[in-house]
Ligand binder design. Sequence first.
Ligand SMILES: Cc1ncc(COP(=O)(O)O)c(C=O)c1O
Length: 400
Amino acid sequence: MTLLASRLSRIHPSPTLAMTARAAELKAQGQDIISLSAGEPDFATPDYVKEAAVRAIADEVTRYTAVEGLLGLRKVIQQKFAWDNGLAFEVDQIIVGNGAKQVIFNALLATVDEGDEVIIPTPYWVSYPDMVHVCSGTSVFVACSEAQQFKLTPAALEAAITPKTKWLILNSPNNPTGAVYQEAELKALAEVLMRYPHVSILSDDIYEYLVYDQTSFTTLATVAPALQDRILTVNGVSKSYSMTGWRIGYGAGPKSLIKAMTMVQSHSTSNACSISQVATITALTGPQDFLKVWVNTFQKRRNLALDLINATPGLSCLKPDGAFYLYINCAGVLGKVSPEGRTIHTDNDFTLYLLEKAGLASVSGDAFGLSPYIRISYALETDRLQESCYRIQKVVAELR
Ligand SMILES: Cc1ncc(COP(=O)(O)O)c(C=O)c1O
């Protein structure tokens, strides 16, 4: 008998680990390594949120809270859904967890049995498949090509649904592509879903506020009210409020599902941090004007990086409408040879080349289920981002 459970054989270590380890090694040798792999904004958490947390400590809000979260916070989340999304939830349709990640994990643990299928449009956020596999479910990957702007089409969705389908996971704005589903596109998917009442939908809206130009955000529960009793809408403060370390995410959906998720959470972490919950009340109800500034900054950085990447022979990138990533097509560099004589066969080889030659840590499309691409994050200072793009241009030009 081995110590490790068999479920561990179904999951993979984080695909970025090797890259992170090599980047740390080079950094330790004194090299100037720029990380383009960050999944979090580089801005500081707003001061008014930090001050609320300090007050919460002084006020002794330092004990267990209800597993599903402080009533005061769930009321604020209820309001947020009403104002932003036109969705009416009762407070017992809302759960607060340690990040959107735990909320999603709770939902899958509470619902996925061995052999149940979860449809995951590809490319995907790296954690979805492994979470499904820990729950003994089966991931059904549906490729969403660049030609389709990396979005799921109704025909592809319908072809993937079987009697065993339990969930469809939608993520908009998307990590890693930045694709944002528009109302008509969601309505077309909803039409298919109406025909399959056994399929529930998890809508991961964590990048909701990070949309650019005239792009508008909407979510499936808003555009398809008839599906509302089958949708879990997930959101949180990590990305939009620069609060990744505070670990607050939330989900809203059918009462029975929320109750089951609460039970799962009650036996794992209990409540999310009481202090972070109070800070989140303040984040969601306080002045939101910083958001405009952040979105503007992200948009400028996106444009800067996009122009430089698209001016690099061998690379190309669709303009992403949201989040803070570029998903760069690197098909044009495959088969080329480095000055040291090493051939770039895969996107993974390309990320290693960028690390060794340009001192840039990025993530290969392989990790997100769609090659040949690399993902870079533009959540870093503008001059460092610009410097990174120049480095990419230089080392790509050295390939033969
Ligand atoms: C698409 C997506 N969903 C969920 C999460 C998790 O967010 P949280 O920090 O709230 O757990 C991330 C974080 O990278 C993400 O990219």
